[in-house]
Design a protein around this ligand. Structure first.
Ligand SMILES: C[S@@+](CC[C@H](N)C(=O)[O-])C[C@H]1O[C@@H](n2cnc3c(N)ncnc32)[C@H](O)[C@@H]1O
Length: 194
């Protein structure tokens, strides 16, 4: 059985909404982004695999807020049906802020043209960063997906303005065929916000 199929069946067995759950579990094993009691924002959360993992880790004293155009139905997760480009999104999210961690597994509709998909993924990642700097706690963490390409370094440099540590990472559960990677940013420097 292929490794990606194994994650699919393992997600089914554990009751996760998607095999993407394992990507967040592996990112967290390596970088300790989520902890008990944390307040977490999950952008592009549907169908909810990452929100489930976040919910399990933060426990009953933590909070998970999930944003997506598509529905997210997970017990004890606050779901906001929104597009991240909605004008009022930051004001709405400030009602739940400050967050210890902002996650984004958002993905554009894949066209198959890698330069186009890369550019759209950078747009989503930049929007996630804009949101993160408005709603994160000082020393909070940010993780966002991008598809690899020539704008990756400029995006990383933007992240470095706001975070002490910025590391690209591809978890084992991410298909080797996909150009997706995650930019893991730790310890937000609130004082650097414009
Ligand atoms: C790969 S899926 C996320 C999977 C999720 N992390 C999980 O574990 O189940 C990407 C999601 O990004 C959402 N998305 C893409 N663009 C968006 C936008 N502009 N605003 C909100 N959500 C968006 C899509 O609707 C889709 O549900």
């Amino acid at each position: 059985m292929k490794i990606q199929d194994r994650y699919y069946w393992e997600a089914k067995r554990l009751g996760y909404k998607s095999r993407a759950s394992f990507k967040l579990l592996q990112i967290n094993e390596r970088f300790y982004i989520l902890k008990k009691g944390y307040r977490v924002l999950d952008l592009g959360a549907a169908p909810g695999g990452w929100s489930q993992v976040a919910r399990e880790i933060v426990g009953s004293n933590g909070t998970v807020v999930a944003v997506d155009i598509k529905p997210v139905k997970i017990e004890n997760v606050i779901y906001l049906k929104k597009n991240v480009f909605d004008e009022d999104i930051i004001d709405v999210l400030k009602n739940y802020a400050p967050f210890h961690a902002v996650l984004s597994d958002m993905s554009p509709k894949i066209s198959g043209v890698s330069s186009w998909d890369h550019a759209r993924s950078i747009e989503l990642a930049e929007r996630s960063l804009e949101i993160a700097v408005e709603v994160l706690k000082d020393r909070g963490h940010f993780v966002t997906k991008i598809f690899r390409g020539d704008m990756e370094n400029a995006f990383k440099r933007k992240c470095e303005k706001f975070f002490e540590l910025v590391k690209p990472h591809k978890p084992r559960a991410s298909s080797p065929k996909s150009s997706e990677i995650y930019i893991v940013c730790k310890r937000f420097r609130l004082s650097r916000t414009p």
